[in-house]
Design a protein around this ligand. Structure first.
Ligand SMILES: Nc1nc2c(ncn2[C@@H]2O[C@H](COP(=O)(O)OP(=O)(O)O)[C@@H](O)[C@H]2O)c(=O)[nH]1
Ligand SMILES: [Mg+2]
Length: 373
């Protein structure tokens, strides 16, 4: 990573951060890039900045077209628990897969079309997206759709060139700083007006003071640095240049029940789970759903009606680590405001139910009854 950047490059990076328009930013990025020395240690940074410049050029082009009435942004309001966008080249089988899973038959997919699929009480909102075309405008709109989603299904025609299709999709996502594989560490830097530098999460081989000094070199004096996993100083520095956004993803191959050896070995190297779609009734959506659910670090909590003793069929879906009070808030503000204690049924207890307080941490499958005062 960008070890030992000269002071000149660092000060040029400040100009990038201070840029207020895409045009200003583009110019500042180009100047920055020319100030970065070329050696092994800066290879990744240079590649990243090059991609950023390419993405920005596309954004500027898109804006220009919009002004002349050329296009609009794609956006699908989230419904259900997990939003999954289907991406693929034209005729790759997106709409067939979408129809199979949701029962919805889109008449027109020049705009994204949503549908719902339930798996074990979890509501997946699937979005059949327009196809990836070669043009920059479509690409920008589709990656914006992907960025807003929780997870992605990359749909590829197994009777055509699999490697070409997957690399096209992955390169476009990468240009938009979206990764389909879980990074070792995820670092997010939120700049603030006051309060100094605060680190939330674990550092590896670095101290808070190291982070403070590093950020100061980039002209950042106040920021919240949030880390998932364990981040090195390099990971933090990479986040200064715009962090990666992780979207759990699967590849779905279509139109045949078998894959050629070439396609198989290529897909293995890509390293995301692969599912075959040829006959609708044989498609293993359960495997896809379970993978997303796990990668997104979610749990299901079931609520029990105190009057009838019945357990609601649809669980509350929330992040692992959620406390009783967080779930109370999600069910009803009244339950939250009048909270006294809760009863929890869980197969990890020897005796059920257990009476717990507001900070008790729930787990997948727990049943909860909230008692107010
Ligand atoms: N034989 C076969 N044809 C398929 C399969 N999935 C899609 N197709 C066909 O491939 C074409 C493109 O499919 P479609 O779902 O519309 O692709 P989209 O453009 O990605 O939405 C259509 O003619 C489909 O009937 C499949 O599993 N088997
Ligand atoms: Mg389609």
């Amino acid at each position: 990573m960008p070890a030992n950047l000269p002071a000149e490059a660092k000060s040029k990076w400040r100009r990038v951060m201070e840029a207020r328009t895409p045009e200003e930013k583009l110019e500042a990025l180009q100047e920055f890039l020319s100030a970065v020395p070329k050696h092994k240690g800066t290879e990744r940074l240079r590649m990243q900045v090059t991609r950023q410049i390419a993405a920005l050029r596309r954004e500027i082009e898109l804006r220009r077209r919009k002004r002349t009435g050329g296009g609009e942004q794609f956006f699908v309001e989230k419904e259900g628990d997990i939003q999954v966008v289907l991406l693929g080249l034209p005729m790759s089988g997106k709409t067939s897969l979408f129809k199979c899973l949701t029962g919805v038959d889109p008449a027109d997919t020049r705009k994204p079309v949503p549908g719902m699929k339930v798996w074990e009480g979890v509501y997946f909102q699937l979005v059949d997206a327009p196809p990836f075309l070669g043009d920059a405008a479509t690409q920008a709109r589709l990656t914006a759709l992907a960025r807003n989603a929780d997870a992605l299904m990359l749909v590829v025609d197994a009777t055509a060139d699999v490697e070409y299709q997957v690399t096209t999709l992955l390169n476009s996502l990468e240009d938009a700083r979206i990764t389909v594989k879980r990074p070792r560490a995820q670092v997010e830097i939120e700049k603030r007006a006051t309060g100094g530098v605060v680190v939330v999460g674990d550092l590896e081989g670095a101290t808070l003071q190291d982070v403070i000094s590093l950020l100061r070199e980039y002209g950042i004096y106040h920021a919240a640095v949030r880390i998932q996993g364990r981040a090195t100083l390099d990971d933090v520095e990479e986040a200064v240049f715009g962090g990666l956004s992780y979207k759990p993803s699967v590849i779905v191959t279509t139109k045949t029940g078998t894959l050629g050896e070439r396609a198989k070995s290529y897909l293995t190297a890509v390293g995301v789970p692969v599912f075959l779609f040829s006959k609708c009734e044989e498609f293993e959506f359960g495997g896809v759903a379970e993978y997303f659910f796990k990668e997104l670090d979610l749990i299901r909590v079931y609520t029990r009606n105190p009057k009838t003793g019945e357990v609601e069929e649809r669980p509350v879906v929330t992040k692992r680590g959620a406390r009783v009070l967080d779930v109370a808030k999600m069910i009803h503000t009244q339950l939250y405001e009048n909270f006294k204690y809760a009863l929890v049924w869980s197969n990890r207890f020897t005796f059920n139910p257990r009476r717990v307080g507001k900070d008790f941490i729930l787990e997948d499958g727990d049943i909860i009854q909230i008692v107010g005062g």
